[in-house]
Design a protein around this ligand. Structure first.
Ligand SMILES: [Zn+2]
Length: 472
């Protein structure tokens, strides 16, 4: 009886979800006006928020990263008292109380950014000079917190008023985005930009390149399309129609990529030999766009890295020798990590510095090896029916219904449910423990063939998955 009651309740929940998802919410529209002053190293931003009626307005710089774009002047709202400043999970935010006469419409906000770098130093920094601004919006733009929009996956229109020759490279349709989890993260570029567009298995891939490059940008766009197609085949519908990849020159030799939002990837790159960003980097960032949940770093970054390489191999952009070579290099970095017999992933998350080169983190390099070993475990236990991509898709399906944050134990439970067997010894040894992983050669030997990619699930399948997850 209790079970029946829960089902009835669930049915009600589902009905209400169905009527509001995805919904049009009568708030908000945002307009950003951006006025750069490269000589002074500052950017003035005016933000207008239309249709807002909450008790307090919270503006966030949605990133805890030590970004190069720094605030030079706190945000001010015309007709409202100064905002109260605090930091939540490392991200600064300002809270403004509603004025006694109520909010004006639009609410007009001003703030100033100091841009201290001439050129980007990594994929999540900003750079400004006469011919270039590169800014992932998480660095540059304060965004109003709108939990209702985010929860309801609602459409929010954004207008950009930029200087001439500046562009936003968003991957959104018609300057609107859906308030999934990160409200507004995108790429902004100034200066002459080359555009390439490719159709890839129902997705439009736009590639915007800035700077002088010795390599063929069109070929890079072709590779992105091939990777997009292979990823879609393996990981299913990403829930977007287009994605944007942009490339800007770094200040010094380095190569780095970043997911700049659900639709956008930023690459900051420059190597002394003039070579292009690697297939591994492109694949890694693309697979992030298929990741609709949050998970511990070893899964989000490490398992991603392995799966991305596997997909690049499936797309025939890496031959078998290159694929094995990449995995061997990752394995060597993992084995050279001085903490590998001391720290579990949780220990590392507590003890290690928050930001640094990914080579120095077990979560990245050991995480990739855990990805390979987990893929092997799932395939061996099911004679090749279930692999790590099936698990990934399953987690995405459940994220659609609100299971957005996954712990290691929840991932283990899900994997166990898919293979109908106990995977806790595996997680105990390699995820929670510090047991050395077998060498990649062994993990790659005698693997069952990959499963045929699953057909797309329809809406009902997703509802069923939701019920299952909620009753677990
Ligand atoms: Zn990553």
């Amino acid at each position: 009886m209790i079970r029946l009651g829960r089902y009835t309740l669930l049915a009600a929940v589902i009905v209400s979800l169905m009527t509001t998802l995805p919904g049009e919410v009568p708030c908000c529209e945002l307009s950003y006006e951006v006025r750069p002053n490269p000589d002074a190293g500052v950017v003035d931003v005016s933000l207008a928020v239309y249709g807002f009626d909450g008790d307090s307005l919270v503006l966030v710089r949605p990133s805890a990263r030590p970004l190069v774009g720094l605030l030079a002047q706190d945000p001010e709202i015309k007709g409202a008292r100064s905002g109260r400043w605090d930091v939540v999970n490392g991200a600064p935010r300002w809270t403004f109380a509603q004025p006694e006469r109520g909010w004006s419409n639009p609410i007009r906000i001003r703030y100033r950014l100091a841009i201290t770098a001439e050129r980007p130093v990594n994929a999540w920094s900003v750079g400004l000079d006469r011919d270039l601004l590169y800014a992932p919006a998480e660095a540059l733009f304060l965004t109003p917190e709108m939990p209702a929009q985010a929860a309801m996956h609602a459409r929010v229109r954004v207008r950009w008023r930029l200087p001439r020759e500046w562009e936003v490279v968003t991957g959104w349709d018609e300057y609107a985005f859906h308030g999934v989890r990160s409200l507004l993260r995108t790429n902004v570029l100034a200066g002459p930009v080359e555009h390439y567009q490719r159709e890839a298995c129902g997705l439009t891939v736009e590639f915007a390149a800035q700077g002088d490059w010795a390599f063929d940008r069109g070929e890079l766009a072709d590779d992105l399309a091939a990777l997009t197609c292979a990823t879609r085949r393996r990981l299913g519908d990403p829930g977007i129609d287009r994605l944007s990849v942009m490339l800007v020159p770094a200040r010094f030799p380095m190569t780095s990529g970043n997911r700049n939002g659900p639709h956008a990837i930023g690459l900051v790159h420059r190597l002394p030999d003039g070579s292009r960003p690697s297939i591994r980097l492109l694949a890694h960032e693309l697979v992030h766009l298929w990741q609709q949940y949050d998970a511990p770093l070893w899964f989000q970054e490490g398992v991603n890295d392995y799966l991305a390489l596997r997909i690049a191999h499936e797309a025939e952009l890496l031959d078998t020798e290159e694929y094995f070579g990449n995995l061997a290099a990752i394995d060597a970095t993992y084995r050279a990590n001085p903490q590998r017999r001391r720290w579990s992933f949780d220990d590392e998350a507590r003890e290690a510095p928050a930001f640094g080169p990914s080579d120095e983190y077990l979560a990245y390099r050991k995480g990739a090896m855990v990805g390979l070993a987990l893929d092997r475990e799932l395939r061996m236990q099911t004679d090749g029916e279930i692999d790590v991509a099936v698990l990934w898709r399953d987690m995405n399906d459940l994220a659609v219904w609100g299971h957005v944050r996954w712990t290691a134990d929840e991932i283990a439970d899900r994997a166990a449910a898919l293979v109908d067997s106990d995977v806790s010894p595996f997680f105990g040894r390699f995820v929670h423990g510090t047991t050395d992983l077998p060498r990649p050669k062994m993990l790659l030997a005698d693997l069952p063939p990959l499963p045929e990619p699953r057909a797309e699930r329809g809406g009902l399948g997703r509802v069923a998955a939701f019920i299952q997850a909620t009753l677990d």
